[in-house]
Design a protein around this ligand. Structure first.
Ligand code: SF4
Length: 285
């Protein structure tokens, strides 16, 4: 299949076809500030233990990547019992069951106070592909699963376009396991401190999975994983094979953003093509 045909198939799988939209519709959180084909010479390399130097920007803008998550019923919130902090070195030794158990009752950051339940992650524990988002939204908090609702459906369609399927050779996780909300109870991206508190769990998930390729969905996920300056524009993140603890990381847009900004789906497809090329190259190596 030619690249053009694959792109068309991708757009069709996303259920939107060749949609045209006004460029100004892009949000501040994901807005690309350079042409898609602009050269990006920087290759970042981080390790799981590298220090975080700066706080991540908290998007208070209600048009963030979270705004498209469809509303769902609000479930009763159970009172949270405060527990002592678990050393990172202990988390790094846990197996899947221990990790799930600890996450399910975690109180290491304030996000525990408003969650309905934690959202651990889902998929093949030996997957070659790991997709990482920012954190649970309202639907995810209610269901206890990552990427449900319209954004989840789009992610599933992206899998299909790549010849894959949720749960088969794929694992989906988030930077934080509890839903971040603002003062109006609206979804928001996680703050830097919240991301740092939760990162040992994701680090352990990555170590247990040992994927061939990691795809970061959205700027917040990419900055947290790669521990980059929060001012780094999306245009500097896309189109480059970054490294996390030696594993290749490809950055693309969050599916919720793509729902609002279909004009960028072509760029997302280019990112996924880079991910597939990287996967093939890594598998051959
Ligand atoms: S977001 Fe992560 S660190 Fe914070 S309470 Fe939830 S599981 Fe714990």
């Amino acid at each position: 299949m030619s690249d053009q045909n694959r792109r068309v198939a991708f757009l069709n799988e996303m259920g939107l076809g060749p949609v045209w939209s006004r460029r100004g519709a892009a949000t501040l959180l994901e807005q690309d500030d350079a042409p898609a084909d602009a050269p990006v010479p920087v290759i970042s390399s981080v390790t799981a233990s590298a220090p975080v130097e700066k706080e991540l920007r908290v998007a208070e803008n209600t048009s963030s990547a979270w705004a498209d998550v469809a509303p769902a019923k609000i479930a009763a919130i159970s009172p949270v019992v405060t527990k002592p902090t678990i050393p990172v070195t202990e988390v790094a030794q846990m197996d899947w069951e221990q990790l799930k158990s600890v996450v399910s009752t975690c109180t290491q950051c304030d996000l525990c106070k408003s969650r309905t339940q934690t959202v651990f992650g889902v998929g093949d524990q030996k997957a070659r592909w790991l997709f990482v988002g920012e954190g649970p939204g309202r639907n995810e908090d209610f269901q206890g699963l990552p990427f449900v609702g319209p954004a989840g459906k789009l992610l599933d369609n992206m899998f299909v376009a790549m010849g894959m399927k949720r749960g088969e050779n794929t694992y989906i996780a988030n930077i934080v396991k509890c839903r971040p909300t603002d003062s109006n109870k609206r979804d928001r991206p996680p703050a830097g401190e919240e991301s740092r508190s939760c990162m040992p769990y994701l680090e352990r998930q990555i170590a247990l999975i040992n994927p061939t390729v990691i795809v970061a969905l959205g700027k917040t996920a990419a900055l947290s994983l790669l521990k980059l300056d929060p001012a780094t524009p999306v245009s500097k993140l896309r189109g480059t094979v970054h490294r996390y603890a030696g594993l290749p990381v490809i950055v693309t847009y969050h599916p919720a953003y793509l729902l609002r900004s279909p004009a960028d789906k072509g760029k997302a497809w280019a990112d996924l093509c880079l991910a597939m090329q990287t996967y093939t190259g890594s598998a051959d190596a």
